[in-house]
Design a protein around this ligand. Structure first.
Ligand code: NAP
Length: 326
């Protein structure tokens, strides 16, 4: 064994050790990983609360950038030495990973491995839920919660590029200012203000057309107040809990609401590949021009991965935390 990866010990601590070597199948690429990034899901998985989908790597890591080391026998569009980045169902916290060749995106020459590793999970989640499932269009209002998160900072930029007005919530002045600098139109400190009241003020009591909801139970009532007629409420995370103690279904009828639950990781590879291609068509030139940009808070050496997890656990990051793999 010559391949090293981050493993989880019995105390849920992370350490680097040797694992079985990988070999690409005919339609796959073996990629030498240069950087990966941390997601909330990794914290849950480390604690045993978010097992990988069946058949996927048990190693943490939902995204990576790196250099193609070997190509499967059927692969014609990639060659050894190509710089790629991709969404993963797992396995990114390692020196090498195997991916379906069709899942790879080409790194623009101007982009570093650290920048590229910060894109797939945040931007594909934001794109899937705002555009594909949420149908957000120019002139509409979107309420984006936990807006300084990795996914939130991507969602603000995508909403801006679509020509939508974004109203965002976050828990500190520093986070709100960063969101505004990324193009958020209105920023609300949810710890100091009632966001539902602010949303009514901003929208002249019409409510928003879309909510990107990472919070769930603790925002339930305020979300119902905030959403407008024919609103799409895309539920992607439960940072504020999963159980709502009492629920009035009336507003769902009266406002003709769409409640959409969504997870990206459990989607099939063909779905993720199609999504990646649509996202690339939307975003590639924008990344090159700099109108879309991955927001990176910190880059850690991967041997300090526990420190990086703790930083996210304490809600300190604005945007992404990247791990550099040596
Ligand atoms: N469904 C999917 O396919 C999918 C894919 C990717 C991510 N996600 C979800 O998207 C969310 C963001 O992920 P990420 O990796 O981008 O997160 P992240 O960068 O770690 O940011 C999360 C932020 O959420 C805020 N927060 C935490 N607990 C909160 C609470 N109880 N109430 C209000 N705000 C709270 C904190 O910021 P403040 O200081 O502002 O409170 C925290 O920094 C997570 O829930 C994750 O599970 C879902």
């Amino acid at each position: 064994m010559k391949l090293k990866a981050v493993l989880i010990d019995e105390n849920q601590d992370l350490y680097v050790d040797y694992v079985e070597d990988l070999c690409p199948k005919e339609n796959e690429l073996l990629v030498k990983v240069k950087a990966t990034a941390i997601n909330r899901a990794d914290l849950l998985q480390r604690k045993g609360n978010y097992p990988p989908p069946a058949g996927e790597s048990t190693i943490l890591g939902l995204e990576m950038s790196g250099v193609v080391e070997k190509v499967g026998s059927n692969v014609i569009e990639w060659k050894e030495g190509d710089r790629v980045y991709a969404l993963l169902a797992g396995g990114g916290y390692a020196e090498e990973v195997v991916i379906p060749a069709d899942m790879a995106m080409k790194l623009p020459d101007t982009m570093s491995f650290e920048q590229a590793a910060a894109i797939p999970e945040a931007f594909l989640t934001a794109y899937l839920n705002l555009v594909e499932l949420g149908g957000l269009t120019s002139g509409e209002h979107a309420l984006i919660h936990a807006a300084a998160s990795g996914v939130g900072t991507a969602a603000i930029q995508i909403a801006r590029e679509l020509g939508a007005t974004s109203i965002v919530t976050a828990g500190s002045l520093e986070k709100l200012n960063r969101c505004l600098s990324l193009g958020a139109n209105y920023a609300i400190n949810y710890k100091e203000e009632n966001f539902a009241e602010k949303v009514q003020e901003i929208t002249n009591n019409s409510g928003v057309d879309l909510i990107l909801d990472f919070i769930g139970a603790s925002y339930w009532e305020a979300n119902i107040e905030s959403i407008g007629l024919d609103g799409r409420w895309v539920f992607v995370g439960s940072l504020g809990g999963r159980e709502v103690s009492s629920m009035n279904l009336g507003p769902f009828l009266q406002k003709r609401l769409h409640f959409i639950g969504s997870t990206l990781r459990s989607r099939t590879n063909p779905y993720k590949i199609a999504l990646t291609r649509k996202f690339e068509a939307f975003a590639k030139e924008k990344f090159i021009q700099g109108t879309l940009t991955p927001v990176i808070d910190r880059v850690y050496d991967w041997h300090n991965v526990m420190e990086a997890h703790s930083y996210m656990d304490r809600n300190l990051n604005i945007g992404k935390i990247v791990l550099k793999i040596d």
